[in-house]
Design a protein around this ligand. Structure first.
Ligand code: NAP
Length: 371
């Protein structure tokens, strides 16, 4: 019998990318899909040209309806997980919970899923009766896929990162706000007279428009367009942002490293005005001095999505930008070179689509393991 799978948060950024991938891979043929909403209860189920889901959206807060499901996959976000998961579990529901939100990741009875890296842990967890599976933080998953070979061969002593994270990483409201910011600037830029002004005058006017009280910034709090925000998520007591804290803690949980063998990872996470795809720059200290050629071989051979990009300007502009990666499962890694500070210090730059491998794809593949 087909498993009953409930979809929560399918309308958001991650959820809609998940449905798109499931349609592409014909995953819906193997499950009975039930759609829920927190805000549009009673409206029609999603409709696609090649797939119809007859029926109406159920209430995502109705515990009795949720209890009927074998598997719940939620991309609704933290507030929903915090509100529903404990009540559902304490009601005796023992189905599988697959989640995109961060809340349950570090729970001891939950596994962070990224199967090209921790496939064996996932298999063991299912065998051992684990019922809660959570997608990793987007930058963590993208870093691990890019550096998979070096992690697998235990070659990394520490990694220092700087991220360049897209606006869409914050969710639908934020991407709309970025576009509203562009629109606001356009009121000045689209005037014919604007470009006849001197360049310094244009720059001054643009700066003063972005500082205007009415500039749209309800969600980001400050303008993101023509700017950047070096803080993502809440604050940790040690001065890190929570996004920065997740890099080391989640990576080591995914790798199941012992306390004395943890990979040290720290750096700065930055929101930039890219539309989609997160970029990351790394300084990596290797445990031993290995040749760049060997490093490239180790990286390329780890999984079928990672691709080493030759360290030259033409290849970098062609294959190592958010625009060249968006909407694909590709994980290019380039700018690979040994740093002048020593032969064990490697520099690298990688990009991945944070809505695909950074969010929806590990969840889709987890669902597939279960059905
Ligand atoms: P999102 O786009 O804000 O969607 C979340 C929910 O907001 C939707 O399911 C929908 O719920 C509601 N919503 C309200 N207005 C909407 C609109 N105009 N368009 C679409 N949905 C709207 O959030 P998200 O970015 O997908 O993130 C979901 C979870 O995944 C979060 O926990 C996030 O931290 C995590 N995550 C996100 C990313 C990313 O790149 N965005 C990456 C990794 C993990 P109703 O239909 O019930 O109203």
């Amino acid at each position: 019998m087909k498993k009953k799978v409930g979809f929560i948060g399918w309308r958001g950024m991650v959820g809609s990318v998940l449905l798109k991938r499931m349609l592409e891979e014909k995953d819906f043929l193997h499950i009975k899909s039930i759609f829920f909403s927190t805000s549009q209860i009673g409206e029609k189920n999603p409709k696609f040209s090649n797939f119809l889901f007859p029926g109406f959206l159920k209430d995502a807060y109705n515990i009795e309806e949720l209890k009927k499901l074998d598997i719940i996959i939620t991309c609704q976000g933290s507030l929903y997980t915090q509100k529903v998961f404990p009540i559902l579990r304490s009601s005796g529901w023992s189905g599988y919970w697959i989640d995109a939100a961060s809340d349950l990741r570090m729970n001891k009875d939950a596994l962070i899923v990224l199967d090209p890296i921790n496939h064996m842990h996932i298999k063991n967890a299912i065998y051992n009766g684990i019922k809660t599976f959570v997608g990793g933080n987007c930058t963590v998953s993208l870093m691990m896929l890019a550096l998979g070979g070096l992690f697998r061969q235990n070659l990394i002593k520490w990694v220092s990162f700087s991220t360049y994270q897209a606006a869409s990483g914050a969710g639908s409201k934020y991407i709309k706000e970025l576009l509203e910011q562009i629109n606001f600037l356009n009121q000045y830029l689209s005037k014919k007279s604007t470009f006849s002004q001197s360049i310094l005058k244009i720059e001054k006017n643009i700066t003063s428009i972005t500082k205007n009280f009415d500039f749209p910034k309800k969600n980001f709090l400050i303008p993101l367009i023509l700017n950047l925000i070096p803080w993502i998520d809440s604050s940790m007591p040690n001065g890190q942002s929570k996004e920065e804290w997740k890099m080391e803690s989640e990576t080591n949980k995914i790798l199941s490293t012992e306390n004395n063998n943890r990979v040290l990872i720290d750096g700065t996470c930055v929101r930039v005005s890219s539309l989609r795809c997160h970029s990351q720059s790394f300084v990596i200290k290797l445990k031993k001095d290995i040749s760049l050629h060997k490093i490239e071989e180790i990286l390329s051979n780890d999984n079928k999505w990672v691709k080493v990009i030759s360290n030259d300007k033409e290849s970098t502009l062609k294959e190592l930008t958010p625009l060249s990666v968006t909407g694909t499962l590709n994980i290019p890694i380039g700018r690979l070179r040994k740093l002048n500070i020593g032969s064990k210090y490697l520099s690298a730059f990688t990009i991945g689509d944070q809505l695909l491998w950074g969010a929806a794809e590990p969840l889709r593949r987890m669902l597939k393991f279960l059905v």
